[in-house]
Structures are given as structure tokens and as C-alpha cells.
Design a protein around this ligand. Structure first.
Ligand code: FE2
Length: 324
């Protein structure tokens, strides 16, 4: 079965093509956030302007024509409303025109499932870390396949916290990857650390680190904000893994591209005989390939919706998504 997936929950418009669980193409156009962050209306305009081109490129690099498409998946949520609408409208248009089924996909579940696929994980505890979300997920098989949320942030996503701090430091590009680069060679400064059970918080850490701009070296601040946030994530993930009696750790979402965080999780896992698995970076960043991958599986399980029912859900929680 050949299924395409469309993604536009935040800064990326992506289209991927999957055939029987294999990703044939994964094309995207990414809005340049510069140093200002995202203005939803402007990002949505960018997506609308680029949708047709990305769609064409995805079919071309997969080596298929639109007539071969047997199903269309799109990100239903969570995400920014004006942005989500672009993939939703594009998917509805393609599905209607081709007369194929349409599958609304939860963005977080798509990240987790593509990580499970590439990481060869059967039953992991999954740390999902991105700009908008930071959650610890456990795969549940009853009463149907879904993820439960075992722990999560009390306030902002770790990616959002790192991106905001990059903007305050006027780093370019203003995201977490620049913090990772500047953290090299940095020394540790003590910053607020908040873990409560399997939940965590990042605003106190961000406030204190921001107050220290100009009073400490940039490399020390970048090193310490990462070290503190990641230690909190590792502690909560370790507790969740032991509670849920899992022997595999997965990591997914934009911040899963951070090598330091993966190293810390791998070390923690080793102490419990647990392995770490994850997808290649192109699937941790927002992309259409993961949407196509999960949509194809859901379609094979008979999960799809009427075109007129395919809306967007800005606050679509992962634990509300049925996957099989
Ligand atoms: Fe994402």
C-alpha cells in the first residue's frame, strides 16, 4: 500500500511517501524563524506557498505518480491552528480528488512510532521531547494500541525553553541546536532543578539562566542549562522505566537530535540493562514521512475518517489517539 503523509503543525511543511512500512521519500520546506520565533499567520502563509512544491518533490523522489496514492494521512494536532490547517486542507483536497481514504494522525504518536520502528523497539518507555511537548510515554496495548502519558512538563516543552534561551542569547539560528554547539567546553553553574515524581518543570531554570546572561560565560550558561534540563529528563525517565518495568528506552521529537541527551539516556539505561533506540534525525525534526508511516498502519487497521470529519485539534493529546 502506498500512503502519503502531510505535516504542518509548526515551522515545517513536510510530505512523505511510505510503501508497506518503508519510507520512500521525506521532503520538506522549513520556515526560517530568524531571531524572532514563529508568528503563526506568517508561518501558515509560508506553508501554503510551499505545499504544492513539497508535494511534487515527495512524489518525484519516491518515484511515484499521484494515481498510485492509496491513502492520505495528515497531522490533526497538536500544533498551531493556522499552521495545522494547511496540511489538513491539502490532505482533504488530495484525498477528495483521488478518491482515497484520509487518516488524521497525532503528531506526537507519529514521532514515537517512527522512533520505535527505526530504533527496533518492541515495548519502550518513550521520552518525547520537542518545542511544544515534553512527555514520558508508555505503549499500551489494551483496550487498543495507544500511548499513555506517564510523566510530563508542568509548564513548557524543553525545546521551547532552549529555543527561547537561544533567542535571549541572540544566537543564530535561534534554536536549541545552537545551545548544544555553544555548550562545548562549558563549565557547570548550579541552576534550578525541578523534578516531581515523573513530571518536571523548566520555567524556573529558564528564568535563572536568563538573569545570568552577561554575568557568566555563554559557554558555561549553555552547558549548564542543557545539563540541568537533561538530568531532570533522565531522572524522570529512569523512574518511569522502572515503574513500568520496561527494558527499552526510546527518544523522539526535535530535541532527540541532541547528542548529549542521548548519551545521558544511554548511560542511565546501561545501569539497568536497558537499550536506547531512536530514529535518524530527519524523523526527529518535524516531517511528513512519520505521518505517512503511522497513517499507513492505521489505514491497514481500518482507522480513518470521513473527509468532512477531518478537522484539526490544536490540543490533541497523544493519550487520546488510537493507533491500532
Ligand atoms: Fe514534532
Amino acid at each position: 500500500m502506498i500512503v502519503i503523509g502531510m505535516e504542518s503543525s509548526a515551522h515545517t511543511f513536510g510530505v512523505g511517501v511510505v510503501e508497506d512500512g518503508k519510507v520512500l521519500s521525506n521532503e520538506k520546506a522549513m520556515y526560517n524563524i530568524g531571531s524572532t520565533g514563529m508568528i503563526p499567520g506568517e508561518v501558515a502563509k509560508f506553508h501554503s506557498e510551499n505545499a504544492a512544491d513539497v508535494f511534487g518533490r515527495a512524489l518525484e523522489s519516491a518515484g511515484i505518480t499521484s494515481k498510485e496514492i492509496e491513502g492520505v494521512g495528515y497531522t490533526m494536532g497538536p500544533g498551531l491552528g493556522p499552521c495545522l490547517e494547511v496540511a489538513q486542507l491539502s490532505a482533504r483536497t488530495v484525498a477528495k480528488r483521488l478518491g482515497v481514504r484520509i487518516v488524521p494522525v497525532n503528531h506526537c504518536a507519529a514521532h514515537a512510532e517512527i522512533a520505535r520502528h527505526y530504533g527496533k523497539l518492541a515495548d519502550p518507555i518513550m521520552l518525547y521531547v520537542s518545542g511544544g511537548n515534553s512527555q514520558i510515554l508508555a505503549l499500551e496495548r489494551k483496550p487498543y494500541l495507544h500511548y499513555s502519558v506517564v510523566g510530563e512538563t508542568f509548564d513548557i516543552g524543553v525545546g521551547n525553553m532552549l529555543d527561547s534561551f537561544a533567542r535571549r542569547l541572540r544566537l543564530r539560528p535561534a534554536w536549541g541546536s545552537s545551545i548544544e554547539k555553544h555548550a562545548r567546553g562549558g563549565k557547570y553553574i548550579e541552576l534550578p532543578y525541578t523534578v516531581k515524581g515523573m513530571d518536571f518543570s523548566f520555567t524556573g531554570l529558564a528564568t535563572k539562566a536568563t538573569e545570568m546572561i552577561g554575568r557568566a560565560k555563554i559557554s558555561d550558561l549553555c552547558f549548564s542549562i542543557q545539563e540541568t534540563a537533561f538530568a531532570a529528563l533522565c531522572e524522570a525517565t529512569e523512574r518511569a522505566m522502572l515503574l513500568k518495568n520496561k527494558k527499552e528506552i526510546g527518544i523522539c521529537g526535535g530535541v532527540a537530535q541532541n547528542k548529549k541527551l542521548k548519551d545521558m539516556l544511554r548511560e542511565m539505561g546501561k545501569e539497568h540493562g536497558a537499550v536506547l533506540g531512536f530514529a535518524p534525525d530527519e524523523f526527529n525534526a518535524d516531517n511528513g514521512g512519520m505521518v505517512a508511516y503511522l497513517a499507513e498502519r492505521m489505514l491497514k487497521e481500518g482507522i480513518y475518517c470521513k473527509i468532512t470529519d477531518c478537522l484539526i485539534r490544536q490540543k490533541y493529546r497523544v493519550d487520546a489517539a488510537r493507533l491500532g
